[in-house]
Design a protein around this ligand. Structure first.
Ligand code: ZN
Length: 369
């Protein structure tokens, strides 16, 4: 976090504002010191380039999206037991409390743990750990956490012809349905999208929706020409309730009209897009265009320790990069509460808390706030 920026009146106002975050990966929120602790616990120190937490940050300077995926897989591989999941979930809750994030939907990729890595836990162990972590975080910090179970699309297509294998998606669906009693609110898809379109996942998402889960696929996490087609496919065949990222929609006016017409929120993560190099520089980022055309745009940190950001940093970025003032920042923050997939009674009470705060603290940054 940029300490100097955080200490300005606007920085303090942002820090004090109650926030919700809808796009953050549990495995991607692992702090470097915890990554090293888990690596020692499981005799996996050799999978990390260093055991110095400060120097581990250098490993997180990604050359491209594929490089980012390689690092996140190595991080996921460190989380192996129920206790590990409980620890990581609890620490994510502590990080929420530090920033006054009242509610988060955290993405977890359970199939990677049960099927891809050696000595992975069972789904029962994962759910027990997640439950334990979020219960302790709620008791100690008062934060509310829900889970999105995510299909890693990299494991769903094989060979040079990219033949679709339904096993990861159907297994993740089964896990998500089992997890509904444990705070799982939606099914998602993540990973590298290029050459891996959303349409083959239609069955898993149809079933998820039929059982009351939300549909929140990553789509259009790129500004490449194919990206808009993935956003459209996610709406038309996966019944997306929200789109993870979705910035690729910017190239297609008809698609933007569809998003607007159906009021489908976007989970936008500007720093993530810069760090994975899908967007060259902030001035080229479509955030303000998507927002000003009336879309429900939410602001998110994605994988904070990996990208060296916090959610508060993202709000400050809107202020410094795009000239957003407190009224705009509060409007964006409110979008995340309205787009939450938790039970309506919780969403209502979170919104009441948020609205009470903005009434008290006004739309102007209070220097003492
Ligand atoms: Zn993501």
């Amino acid at each position: 976090m940029n300490e100097e920026a955080a200490s300005t009146p606007l920085g303090r106002w942002i820090a004090g504002m109650p926030k919700a975050e809808l796009h953050i990966h549990l495995e991607g929120s692992l702090q470097p010191a915890t990554a090293i602790e888990l690596a020692r616990r499981h005799d996996l120190v050799h999978t990390l380039p260093t055991t110095d937490p400060a120097r581990l940050a250098d490993w997180f300077d990604f050359t491209d999206f594929a490089d980012f995926i390689r690092v996140i897989r190595a991080i996921q591989n460190l989380i192996r037991t129920s206790d590990d999941f409980a620890l990581v979930a609890y620490q994510a809750g502590a990080a929420m409390a530090e920033q006054n994030i009242r509610y988060s939907e955290l993405t977890v990729s359970p199939y990677n743990h049960t099927h891809i890595f050696d000595k992975g836990p069972t789904i029962g162990a994962i759910l027990a750990g997640l439950d334990e972590g979020r219960r302790s975080a709620k008791a100690d910090f008062g934060v509310e956490m829900r889970w999105v179970f995510d299909i890693a699309r990299n494991f769903c297509f094989s060979g040079p012809d990219r033949v679709y294998d339904p096993h990861p998606a159907e297994t993740t669906l089964r896990y998500a349905l089992e997890g509904q009693e444990h705070g799982v609110v939606a099914l998602g898809i993540g990973g590298n999208e290029e050459g891996r379109p959303p349409e083959p996942f239609a069955h898993a998402f149809q079933e998820a929706r039929r059982h009351g889960l939300g549909s929140v696929p990553h789509a259009g996490e790129s500004l490449a020409p194919w990206a808009a087609g993935h956003v459209r496919g996610s709406i038309e065949t996966l019944g997306a309730d929200r789109i993870g990222h979705g910035i690729g929609a910017i190239t297609d006016p008809h698609l933007l009209a569809l998003l607007l017409d159906r009021a489908i929120p976007l989970e936008v993560c500007p720093t993530s897009n810069l760090r994975t190099r899908v967007c060259e520089r902030l001035a080229l980022h479509p955030f303000p265009h998507l927002d000003r055309m009336g879309l429900t745009v939410t602001l998110n940190s994605d994988d904070p320790p990996l990208f060296g950001n916090t959610l508060n940093d993202e709000y400050r970025l809107l202020a410094t990069g795009f000239g957003y003032g407190p009224a705009d920042l509060a409007r964006i923050a409110r979008n995340a509460f309205t787009a939450a997939l938790c039970e309506p009674s919780l969403r209502r009470s979170l919104l009441e808390e948020f609205d009470a705060w903005t009434r008290t603290h006004g739309m102007e940054a209070s220097p003492e706030g």
